[in-house]
Design a protein around this ligand. Structure first.
Ligand code: AMP
Length: 180
């Protein structure tokens, strides 16, 4: 039986072979196609300024893909592809040639020691929810019951400033956090 997944692709490190992060994502989509994932849709690639100590620009996109693989098998494939691209795990703010995450799948909730679906942080990541709104706006989070469109609106809705805070431009907004 085939499954449908919403996956996220991210990069903040150029490679000599592929070029800047957005080209890395395009190359990753090609590799994932070559190894058997059927891409139903790929969002625009968005580029966002660096957060934290890293000075690198990020490129992010999401895709809807179809595959026979179950979630653990897809995660194993992702780890292999990340290795091909030279991902450096364990550096929270550092250079990431390629980061592949499973955000949602058509099987609802998955919870194992290695893998949590829905992705534990996706509700706080505008760089996931923004692109996801383009291609999967009506997909519902099985935990909250909210659609991707709703989650994105909730995240980006302007919140009332706390008492005494000076207005716009506050740099600590949670929507700016890359790894909450
Ligand atoms: P990170 O390097 O921050 O992307 O974390 C990767 C690790 O998170 C992997 O080794 C996975 O075992 C684990 N993980 C848990 N849930 C997910 C998910 N939904 N998608 C990708 N990795 C996940």
């Amino acid at each position: 039986m085939n499954h449908i997944y919403l996956i996220a692709l991210g990069s903040n490190r150029p490679t000599s072979r592929d070029g800047p992060p957005r080209k890395v994502l395009q190359a990753a989509a090609d590799v994932l196609t070559d190894v058997g994932l059927l891409f139903h849709d790929l969002s625009d690639i968005i580029e966002t300024p660096p957060m934290g100590p890293s000075q690198r620009r990020y490129a992010n996109a999401v895709a809807i893909v179809e595959t026979k693989r179950d979630p653990e098998s897809l995660l194993a494939l992702f780890k292999g592809v990340e290795q091909i691209f030279g991902a450096r795990r364990g550096q929270r703010w550092g250079a990431r040639t390629l980061d592949l995450d499973i955000i949602l799948w058509d099987g609802g909730v998955w919870d194992s020691p290695m893998l949590t679906i829905p992705h534990a942080a996706f509700r706080e990541r505008a760089f996931v929810l923004g692109p996801a709104g383009q291609i999967a706006a009506d997909w519902r989070d099985p935990i909250t019951g909210l659609s991707v469109r709703h989650l994105h609106a909730r995240l980006t809705r302007s919140k009332p400033a706390p008492r005494g805070a000076s207005a716009p431009g506050c740099r600590n907004s949670s929507r700016n956090m890359r790894n909450p």
